[in-house]
Write a protein that binds this ligand. Structure first.
Ligand SMILES: [Zn+2]
Length: 249
């Protein structure tokens, strides 16, 4: 499978052709062949919106987008981020909490639960509905082993979703197993597929280094645009085209 929108769309078409129904963390068990489409939004909400557009076209939505509340990469309180979240919802997606335990000094399960609950409340205020599920950002081995149950929110790393379902992930832009083949064969009736929207793009297949490089360079243009919105006459000091030239030279 390639990391393009076209390839992601055909993965979903394959799932539907093989009789899989797209479900969430609550209703996954109400059909014979079920798939959860999970997305961890680590770095960029725009990429999440783009993937939700693909899902809207191919399967009328259904993916679950886990967004970070504590991150240096995006600010969920900004107008643009709130718009992105609304667009994902309009495209038939839903929002979960992506939780980064390293943002806190957590020494006990109680503390972890407290911070997860707090972030879920913040996110639910922004989304306008209750947050049903949480996924851990770069979970520690302890976290994975612990099979932690939260009172009001489903842990997507519960053993039921990781061990009792066939769990496939594109972490570090690498499928450890052949996801297309597994879907083709259809031997697993419960699939839990994790993708990171950050890796996917329009157009031709790229590679890991190129994808990272483009993201880093694009971020400097986004920084310019944000500065331009906040700093009077920025263009008189430095033009966008100058930055572009530096990037693309
Ligand atoms: Zn993550």
């Amino acid at each position: 499978m390639q990391f393009t929108y076209r390839s992601y769309a055909s993965m979903i078409e394959n799932l539907l052709n093989r009789g899989y129904q797209i479900r969430n963390y609550k209703n996954w068990d109400d059909t014979a062949k079920t798939v959860i489409l999970r997305h961890d939004v680590d770095y960029n909400l725009k990429k999440a919106v783009a993937l939700s557009e693909v899902e809207k076209k191919v399967c009328n939505g259904g993916g679950i987008y886990f967004v970070l509340v504590s991150t240096d990469f995006y600010n969920i309180h900004s107008k643009e981020s709130r718009k992105a979240i609304n667009t994902i919802l309009e495209n038939g997606g839903s929002i979960g909490l992506h939780f980064d335990e390293t943002q806190y000094s957590i020494f006990s399960e109680e503390e972890l639960k407290k911070y997860v609950c707090k972030e879920a409340e913040i996110l639910s205020d922004i989304v306008g509905t209750r947050i049903e599920a949480v996924s851990m950002h770069r979970p520690s081995a302890n976290m994975l082993d612990a099979d932690i149950r939260f009172a009001n929110i489903i842990n997507s790393y519960s053993h039921i979703y990781i061990k009792e379902m066939k769990y496939l992930s594109d972490s570090r832009r690498h499928w450890r197993e052949n996801v297309d083949e597994i879907i083709e064969q259809g031997s697993f009736t419960r699939l839990h597929i994790l993708t990171h929207p950050f890796w996917y793009s329009q157009g031709v297949e790229s590679n890991l280094k190129q994808t990272l490089k483009e993201a880093i360079l694009n971020a400097s243009l986004e920084y310019y645009d944000n500065l331009n919105d906040n700093f009077r006459s920025l263009q008189e000091e430095i033009r966008r085209s100058e930055i572009e030239r530096m990037i693309y030279q």
